[in-house]
Design a protein around this ligand. Structure first.
Ligand code: NAD
Length: 316
């Protein structure tokens, strides 16, 4: 019997990293997970804590606090390490500091001989994913960010409630920057195979209208702000989104997820990482799915990409 070892190296064992690790353990997504953090003691404590739950987990998993050399034979290196914004610090200064953090991570990861797939969650995620690609020199199809995966999950949840339908039968995406310029291309939103825009004006058990849909997309855009206001940080949802992406990679699923991918002419854009629906398999991004956006939606997507390019150029 041949037993493949699915190995993940997690860098950054803070709230996001450990929510991911906890979801990975509970869903039995890999066989081995190494936890790496600049705060080694924290990584060790987290490894101990998770190991103490192994007796109740669905299957066995080797979990330990390690070093960058342990990335050598990993299938995926997941990065959620980052520094928090200081009082009075601008977004650009924070970005510069996180770029330095990434330099201290990507160099030793690549020096280990790692030859797998990078998955980035650190914010601003589209920029940090691009920096990971630059620093590693990897093929961009093997470097992906969480992009708008979580925003899309939030959208499907809210639309499911509004339409009184199972969110799994709601097919709609948030695309562009994971941030203020993200948006929902409503022309591409479906309930089963029926365009949601066709439901507008239809009198059924509930009247659907565009104003309500716009309100839902506003709620999605503001969700992180509201959670942070209430509990300082968001981590469970993103941990589960990262677990979903990891499953798609390790299971060679060819699943469609809105990860942050380098665009090479798709949607008329290039030299930018942005959240778009992609087919995800063992190679990382197998392909970018090009939706049939309206002219207006294409213009909005272009604006979002311009915002991302400006931020990236700000740190050069
Ligand atoms: P946190 O402060 O709890 O954890 C950050 C961890 O990074 C800490 O354990 C810290 O020791 C570690 N770290 C710092 N510098 C390091 C270095 N040079 N090398 C290795 N480790 C280092 O923060 P968090 O709440 O876990 O958030 C982590 C990141 O995830 C943030 O950038 C946050 O904005 C982002 N995030 C992204 C999404 C998304 O949708 N992509 C959602 C939520 C949060």
């Amino acid at each position: 019997m041949r037993v493949d070892k699915r190995k993940v190296a997690l860098i950054g064992t803070g709230m996001v990293g450990m929510s991911y690790a906890y979801a990975m353990l509970n869903q039995s997504v890999c066989d081995e997970m190494v936890l790496i953090d600049v705060n080694k003691k924290r990584a060790e404590g987290e490894a101990m804590d998770l190991n103490h739950g192994l007796a109740f987990a669905p299957s066995n998993m080797k979990i330990f606090a390690g070093e960058y050399e342990d990335c050598e034979d990993a299938d995926i290196v997941v990065i959620c390490a980052g520094v928090a914004q200081k009082e009075g610090e601008t977004r650009l200064d924070l970005l510069k500091r996180n770029a330095e953090v990434f330099r201290s991570i990507i160099d030793p990861v690549t020096a280990s001989g790692f030859n797998g797939i990078f998955l980035v969650a650190t914010n601003p995620v589209d920029i940090m994913t691009r920096i990971t690609c630059d620093l590693s020199g990897f093929n961009p199809r093997r470097v992906l960010g969480t992009g708008t995966t979580l925003d899309t999950a939030r959208l499907r949840y809210l639309l499911g409630g509004y339409l009184k339908a199972d969110p799994r039968n709601v097919h709609a995406y948030v695309i562009g920057e994971h941030g203020d310029s993200e948006f929902v291309p409503w022309s591409q939103a479906m309930l089963a195979t029926k365009p949601i825009s066709d439901l507008c004006g239809e009198v059924g058990t509930r009247k659907v209208c565009q104003e309500d849909l716009d309100q839902i997309s506003e709620e999605v855009r503001g969700a992180a702000y509201r959670i942070i206001e209430a509990k300082q940080a968001t981590y469970y949802g993103i941990g589960m989104a990262m677990t979903r992406i990891t499953k798609a990679i390790l299971g060679d699923e060819h699943s469609v997820l809105t990860v942050s991918a380098m665009l090479k002419g798709e949607y008329g854009q290039s030299n930018v990482f942005a959240g778009v629906p992609c087919i995800i398999n063992k190679n990382g991004i197998q392909s970018v799915l090009t939706l049939s956006l309206t002219e207006q939606e294409l213009a909005r997507f272009a604006d979002s990409c311009d915002t991302l390019r400006e931020s990236y150029e700000g740190i050069l």
